[in-house]
Write a protein that binds this ligand. Structure first.
Ligand code: KG4
Ligand code: ZN
Length: 317
């Protein structure tokens, strides 16, 4: 069988990304431009600014992805683009661009679910995870558990009832005056202290595979309001305690889902999959139960187009 080059495009939020992936596995290029710096002063993504930048960046980012792959448009066999979920103005830029390019080249276009693509990021390797699996998607907008039978066949078995895990990281970072996005800063700060005397309870939601993160977020806010005027407010200890609380419940529920569905593969994806404590704790706990845990390479945890192109390959056949 001759190989197939898929051009992927992802513009769901504040990143403009394009990538070329061969046969759903080999990333020939992956380019990401971001307007994140412009959102920082507002403490979160401003949709209007994000979509304006998408419009400016899309063409140069696609050109660069082709150039880095050493290919031209005529070498592209198909296109894939993020269809949903995301900010509508941002999504529209990628989808319109991809539809126009597909029509001009007379090559097929597949429109991809961004959430499934986060899980698919684990398949952009030579060692392919075994299916069926549980998928844990932990991003800025989602915290969901899925039964994954096939890279395209998902059934949701758990979800957050309020904030997403990444959103909680972002909001807590704001309360602690750490800027946006919160995940990477909290991860780093938490590592800067060996332990913490502070602790925040997680919401167990016993008997379900659902999550809730608004309680821990509010607990941090109250802690800050109560102790914030001290000379040395223990920011790093508080960040560590918050992170521990989020990580523990993610580990508990993800492994509970594996047991319930009787599967031995756990596929983690989304921005929070980059969290060092989550990676360490999940690996530790899963190994006790002989569950194989996969995380995407760091660059593939955050929004990127390689995961879109990769999943696109499977959706063409
Ligand atoms: O998947 P993603 O790039 O965008 C969405 O689709 O939402 O995820 C972004 C989220 C942000 O909330 C960010 O704070 C979080 O991922 N994040 C992290 C880390 N790196 C990024 N959260 C915890 N620890 C990290 N190291
Ligand atoms: Zn995402």
């Amino acid at each position: 069988m001759s190989s197939m080059n898929v051009l992927g495009i992802e513009t769901s939020c504040d990143e403009t990304a394009a990538a070329v992936v061969r046969d759903g596995k080999k990333t020939l290029s992956s380019v990401i431009a971001s307007s994140i710096k412009e959102h920082q002063r507002y403490g979160g993504v401003v949709p209007e600014i994000a979509s304006r930048r998408q419009l400016e960046y899309i063409q140069p980012v696609v050109d660069e992805a082709l150039e880095k792959a050493g290919l031209s448009l005529k070498d592209i066999d198909a296109l894939a683009v993020t269809k949903e979920p995301g900010l509508i103005g941002s999504l529209l830029v990628g989808v319109s661009f991809a539809r126009a390019l597909s029509a001009a080249l007379d090559k097929p276009l597949v429109e991809i679910d961004h959430i499934k693509a986060h899980v698919y990021a684990n398949f952009l390797t030579d060692e392919q995870p075994r299916l069926p699996a549980v998928g844990l998607v932990v991003s800025g907008g989602h915290t969901d558990l899925y039964s994954v039978r096939d890279v395209r066949v998902f059934r949701r078995v758990g979800r957050t009832r309020d904030d997403a895990a990444g959103e909680a990281f972002d909001k807590v970072a704001r309360v602690l005056g750490l800027g946006y996005p919160g995940g990477p800063v909290i991860d780093r700060l938490a590592k800067s202290v060996p332990r913490t005397d502070v602790s925040f309870k997680y919401a167990a939601l016993e008997g379900t595979l659902d999550f809730s993160f608004s309680g821990v977020k509010t607990a941090v806010l109250y802690h800050r309001q109560k102790h914030g005027n001290k000379d040395h407010y223990p920011v790093a200890e508080v960040a560590r305690a918050f992170q521990e609380s989020v990580v523990e419940i993610l580990v508990i529920k993800a492994l509970a889902a594996c047991r319930k569905l009787k599967v031995r593969t756990l596929l983690v994806g989304g921005g929070v999959a980059a969290n060092s404590a989550l990676r360490r704790r999940l690996l530790e706990e899963a190994s006790k139960e002989e569950i194989q845990v996969y995380f995407p390479a760091m660059a593939l945890c955050m929004d990127n187009a390689a995961m879109i192109a990769g999943l696109g390959f499977h959706s063409l056949n």
